[in-house]
Design a protein. Structure first.
Length: 168
């Protein structure tokens, strides 16, 4: 049986008619370092976050998570569980809804390859929790990372000693 084709959405991301659904993936290596991407497009151009993007029409959520990681950083992953959601709601200067995303956040295990900024990523970096402050992550991003890190850690019985991401 072949998998039906999916179709990228064509609705406007800016001033959408409905919330847009996406995925984000917190990818951890054996040392507990996290793979971050620098956004290359609005919203958030120049800011750092997790690899991810919008679901295609007809695409299963887990397939979207794997596809988005492959498109943005060019590596395969061992996808873990869905752990939380993240919402981005941005209003313009007049108070109109400019962007609205609902992002399903997964954790994943790095399995190999060299991450490279592709698609809408401008840069990639492996980052230890001790260095998160250098990347300007928001309080909500740090909360998501604490949750994904705990899920990754709980599923990884023989990891080296690493420090948990701080929520401060």
């Amino acid at each position: 049986m072949t998998t039906p084709a999916t179709t990228p959405i064509t609705v406007s991301r800016r001033y959408p008619g409905a919330p847009l659904v996406g995925v984000g993936v917190a990818i951890y290596n054996e040392q507990g370092d996290l793979l971050l991407v620098q956004r290359g497009r609005p919203p958030g151009k120049g800011t750092w976050g997790l690899p991810g993007g919008l679901l295609d029409l007809g695409e299963r959520v887990e397939a979207a998570a794997r596809r988005e990681v492959l498109e943005e950083v060019g590596i395969p992953i061992d996808l873990g569980a869905l752990v939380t959601t993240f919402e981005t709601i941005i209003r313009d200067a007049e108070g109109k809804l400019e962007y609205h995303y609902v992002v399903l956040e997964y954790w994943a295990r790095y399995i190999g390859g060299t991450p490279v900024a592709e698609d809408d990523a401008a840069a990639v970096a492996w980052v230890s929790a001790a260095d998160f402050a250098t990347y300007g992550l928001t309080k909500r991003q740090l909360e998501v990372l604490a949750t994904t890190y705990a899920a990754w850690r709980a599923s990884t019985p023989s990891t080296s000693s690493t420090s948990q991401p701080s929520q401060s």
